[in-house]
Design a protein around this ligand. Sequence first.
Ligand code: HSE
Length: 411
Amino acid sequence: MINIAIMGYGVVGSGVAEVCRMNADAIEKKAGQGINIKKILDLRDFPDDPFGDRVTHRAEDIFEDPDIAIVVETIGGTGIALELSRRALEAGKHVVTSNKELVAAHGPELMALAQAKSISYMYEASVGGGIPIVRPLHKCLSANVIQLVAGILNGTTNYILTRMDAAGIRFEQALSEAQEHGYAEQNPTADLDGLDACRKLAILGSITLGEYIDSRQVHTEGITSIMPPDLLYAQHLQMKLKLIGRFRLLLDQQADMIVAPMLISRSHPIAVADDVNNAILVEGNALGEALFYGRGAGKLPTASAVVADVIECAMHLGRLPHLITWAVSDRTIVRPHDDCPVQALVRLRDSLPAERVRELFGPYGAEPVQAQDLHEHAWLVGRDAVLSEGQLAARLRLLDADVIGRIRLFV
Ligand code: HSE
């Protein structure tokens, strides 16, 4: 029997306990021995929970217990979760986490600590909820130079955009539904502003390159300024509007990275992901394309990935630790945003002579979009030659018109 502890008994932590109980026999077969949840650390008590008798409010009860081999961190954030993760690793406990904010911000430090102790630090559940992507990207695709990792990395915003589009409901209602389902972060700002997707993209980029990418370097826009007309343009163009994270490896080994709402063709493989689902497209130079699709958030899907890491860890106890580490280098990995290429739909309140718009965008191309019932003017730009973000921003400033907004195209 392997004893484990869970730190943080919220949506995901209690999901880990539920999966361990629900699938105890199958898990025992795979791990080679049963998994026993010996302690649960939380500020609260859970008297009605089947594991309520394991709750402790003292972290020492876990760190000082030599029988506990593996600690699950499902607290979230970078405050107490960082301190307790450090202490768990220093105490020689293998750590399994779903905490993408912590991995994105402090991954190198925690991985180095685990490496020094020859123990595992595993974070499959930090990206894509229940979808296997961290280990497949690191292991199964290791023969490739990965040129592209792109997709829908946040279940909450995908749920909101899907519901707004398909059910015609308002943003606030869709958000509260997502919160009821347990998809959103405690503070949903991280979902809505694109930060959660950005952290996941930085983790995937770091695995791809084997070098740490600081998520703060990644240009990030969320969905809070999306307006109903944006969704109407998407329908008009046979596209969907999705919050997409994209890592593209450039010839000079820099990466073009962005998280932003984008218009994507309805027939594109990534666009199949609606509701809470995530879809991550990986393109390698030997493999071609592979799509990773499934439930990107929620209690049991995320717990599925956490428990899989626990099983993997249990199977390797006493052997080489499981570590996917990143080197920390001084080089500029993320290409400055202004230098990255862009194609976009530009929405204008005023009508401008077509010659004026075409003259301004010159060889990059500008074609008008006529959307019925929308009393405004829109242009698709940058489809004929490579237009950079900086060039687009400069041209939007030069337009003698009120720019309502611009939405990028996923290409
Ligand atoms: N809030 C996150 C999401 C949870 O909606 O994708 C899973 O990481």
